[in-house]
Write a protein that binds this ligand. Sequence first.
Ligand code: DAH
Length: 347
Amino acid sequence: MQDQLSALLAKAAVELPTLQTRPEFEAAKARYVGPNGELTALMKQMGAVPKEQRPVVGKLINETKTQLQSQLDAALTRIGDAELAAQLGPAVDATLPSPDCGPGTHHPLTLVREEMCRILRKVGFTVADGPEVETEYYCFDALNTPSDHPARDEKDTFYFPESARFGNVSKKIPEEKYLLRTHTSSVQIRSMLKGPPPIRIVSPGRVYRRDTTDATHSANFHQLECLYVDKNVTVRDLKALLDYIFASLLGKDTKTRFRPHYFGYTEPSFEVDLTATHLPKVKKPWIEIGGCGMVDPTVFEAVGYDPEIWTGYAFGMGLERLAMLLYGIDDIRYFYQNDLRFLRQFA
Ligand code: DAH
């Protein structure tokens, strides 16, 4: 019996270190210590061992069992380590200098944003900023958006829990909720509350909506908002400005048209389409680019401007849409993937 036990251990010591995979290991384990395994078979012979030798043989069997188990454990650890190493791939030396990736380039959205701001600065607009974490008042209430308007729905807007605190974002109404702004129109309100007209601002920035991502939608994207408030501002001025900025950005053959629409903060309101078939990849004759209109008197009242004296126009548009047109990009997701093959194309 003693010889058989040492022969079994010697065999295992040769075989177990050669196992490569988990199935191989399981099969070997069954052969040694499974119900029909070799050790089990030897243990069954205990009955035939004379009584006085049983304590010695029993001890031997137990020792063999312990040693076999530690050989099996070692084999399993080795197989597990090899699996992990295969998943991790070749070792990386983090202390080596990185390959020189050369100077960076501007992101296409930055290029379009800066170009639009430059075009608008030329005609007297200044850049205004506002927080991305907003409150219902600036994003909806002051913009004459009724409390049951679908844009305010939890399905469409990211709200923060009641417990959230943003000390640096001013609240107009103590019990109102914080949210991620759904449009840059909130900056209109913040700018008007800062002082009296005339006002001429452009405000580019990031906005958030509960949209499912696809080739033309993203849960966060960028808009560019403009507001002009003065005496005797007319729809003609609005149309002239839009014609000017789109011709400047996309080429002089770019034309715009207005379609009647409804926004709570403008009256009348329009959707703006442009035609830019001279651009590569632009097939559709008219492309919707944004919304606009004449500032609604209710909005002026909300910020303490006298609607009998002041008039104004406002518009907002998506920056991604503009960049896609300008550069012939057909999928919005390229903007956010940080793929150098894409980014390097924009010097
Ligand atoms: N806020 C609108 C949107 O996100 C766009 C817009 C429409 C902005 C009309 C305006 C406006 O300033 O007057 O779709």
